[in-house]
Design a protein around this ligand. Structure first.
Ligand SMILES: Nc1ncnc2c1ncn2[C@@H]1O[C@H](COP(=O)(O)OP(=O)(O)OP(=O)(O)O)[C@@H](O)[C@H]1O
Length: 259
């Protein structure tokens, strides 16, 4: 299996605090990888480094073998890396389709000259962009909500639309920050199906942060555990669930079912 992501001794310091400490992670092609750890473990900081929000204090990141350390978020999006956030960031007064269209780079790149003189070529390009976005809505089972304003979607569907916006950028690698946060168990089942479809059928790559252990253990091929910025364990879900250091990191109470 090809390696799609590799971090080498990634470190992030905020003043005297080391939020991420010499972390090495790898992700193979086709693998659903989850990042877990107690509050303050450094998960979001690592995500912010991987998506170019923070430049690491030390270490390197390789994507498909290319050193992408220090690239800006927009440069990483062009390389096919996109993310969602813990809190929903949709355009509430736009429809589901419009939310996807404005994330699509072909839509953004349309200049004034092209929009006036583009002719048939432009029309074909626009039709293609709409078709791509419609197929994303189908992937998310949101095709019947195509004209619905984002603000009128149920919460779980809004979270799916967030993933759709990341897909609409043309991304191959999706970093999902707590995609199941606030979802009920039915919505989480739907989310799991979507993530499964995106990775196993569409052959995209997913790295996710999630607090719901039942969800993580059900969907992940492999899990990486951070605690106080340090990688304390990695392995398949069954290994992680029985790892003494991981159990202790969660305050000695055992791994929670859902936080
Ligand atoms: N911009 C920042 N400036 C200073 N300290 C920060 C900054 N961002 C994060 N930290 C600190 O780094 C540590 C790791 O935080 P981070 O948000 O990455 O953890 P986390 O694992 O995502 O936690 P949670 O599960 O609660 O979201 C924490 O001690 C946090 O206070």
């Amino acid at each position: 299996m090809d390696q799609i992501l590799k971090t080498v001794n990634i470190t992030m310091q905020f003043g005297g605090l080391t939020a991420v400490d010499n972390v090495n992670i790898t992700q193979s092609d086709g693998e659903i990888l989850s990042l877990i750890g107690p509050n303050g473990a450094g998960k979001t900081t690592l995500f912010n480094i991987l998506t170019g929000v923070y430049k690491p204090t030390a270490g390197q990141i390789f994507y498909h073998g290319e050193n992408i350390t220090g690239l800006k978020p927009y440069q990483l999006v062009r390389k096919g890396i996109s993310r969602t956030f813990q809190n929903i960031r949709l355009f509430n007064d736009m429809t589901t389709l419009e939310n996807l269209l404005i994330a699509n780079p072909d839509c953004k790149d349309e200049g004034v000259f092209e929009s006036i003189f583009g002719g048939e070529k432009l029309k074909a390009k626009r039709r293609n962009v709409v078709a791509v976005c419609e197929s994303i809505l189908e992937t998310l089972k949101l095709q019947d909500k195509i004209d619905e304003l984002a603000c009128n979607l149920p919460y779980g569907k809004q979270r799916l639309l967030e993933i759709g916006r990341a897909l609409a950028t043309g991304a191959d690698f999706l970093l999902l920050d707590e995609p199941g946060a606030g979802m009920n168990s039915m919505e989480k089942d739907e989310l799991a199906q979507v993530i499964h479809y995106i990775t196993k059928d569409l052959k995209k790559h997913v790295l996710l942060i999630e607090h719901d252990m039942k969800f993580v253990m059900g969907i992940s091929d492999r899990v990486v555990v951070l605690d106080h910025g340090i990688k304390i364990a990695e392995g398949v879900p069954a290994e992680i669930q029985n790892n003494q250091q991981v159990i202790e990191a969660y305050l000695g109470k055992g791994i929670p079912d859902d936080e």
